[in-house]
Design a protein around this ligand. Structure first.
Ligand code: PGA
Length: 252
């Protein structure tokens, strides 16, 4: 059985002090949880401080982005090695906000994903279609293209460290999540596609998270789907009781 992963993406929220308050509240609420893995993606500035506060708890640290070069004249960028240095284990790559607002192409996402793997970080690789693409019935061709381009050069043996997050763009931050059936259809197609590229083991073992307006009210029905192995949570990860309820989803 795949161990689920529930990851919280804080985006551009929380100073160090606010991050400390939120993480301590969350630590208290998830005491004793051992089924899902838990990851939090704070802003870079809070990462080092939080690494001390999550030590000994089930909470892992995740970065929201990474640059692909190791070092050099790249003002403003952060390398995978620097993230490892502050206790980070996961990194989000290809989030739709980075693709849309910061013009990240599939090629850029691929470079980031490969750099993360090279340095021993586990990428949470985001894919997903716009509303327009869904309405044009292009969802599966869009996610296949993103998978194909984003996973270029990844070896079969490296897939154990890769997490995929299906996040339909129309569901992110809108309060309008995909239905469990809509999400399951895409997750199932993603798993079949992983089988075509990498074979049985990676297809079976890769965690495919759903993201987009995940809340305490919809997590149980999403997690009941056979191909949904966890969630990438934005807004609801900023409130400890809501995020803790998502982590404590009811298994069926
Ligand atoms: P949301 O964000 O849960 O606020 O919709 C999800 C995400 O951007 O990963």
């Amino acid at each position: 059985m795949i161990r689920p992963l529930i990851a919280g993406n804080w985006k551009l929220h929380n100073t160090t002090r606010q991050a400390e308050v939120l993480i301590m509240e969350l630590r208290e609420l998830v005491k004793g949880v051992d089924l899902p893995e838990i990851a939090i993606a704070p802003p870079f500035t809070a990462m080092h401080h939080l690494s001390h506060l999550v030590a000994g708890s089930p909470i892992k640290l995740c970065a929201q982005d990474v640059f692909w070069e190791k070092s050099g004249a790249f003002t403003g960028e952060i390398s995978a090695e620097m993230l490892r240095d502050v206790g980070c284990e996961y990194v989000i790559v290809g989030h739709s906000e980075r693709r849309a607002t910061f013009h990240e192409t599939d090629e850029v996402v691929n470079k980031k994903l490969l750099a993360a793997l090279r340095e021993g970080l586990k990428p949470i690789f985001c894919i997903g279609e716009t509303l327009e693409e869904r309405e044009m019935e292009e969802t599966l061709s869009v996610v296949k293209r993103q998978l194909n381009e984003g996973l270029k050069g990844v070896l079969d043996g490296q897939m154990k460290d890769v997490v995929i997050a299906y996040e339909p763009i129309w569901a992110i931050g809108t309060g309008r999540a995909a239905t469990p059936e809509q999400a399951e259809d895409v997750h199932n197609a993603v798993r079949n596609y992983l089988y075509d590229i990498f074979g049985l083991e990676p297809a079976r073992g890769t965690r495919i998270l759903y993201g987009g307006s995940v809340k305490p009210e919809n997590i149980d029905s999403l997690m009941a789907q056979p191909n949904i192995d966890g969630a990438l949570v934005g807004g609801a990860s900023l409130k400890a009781p809501d995020f803790a309820r998502i982590i404590r989803f009811q298994h069926t």
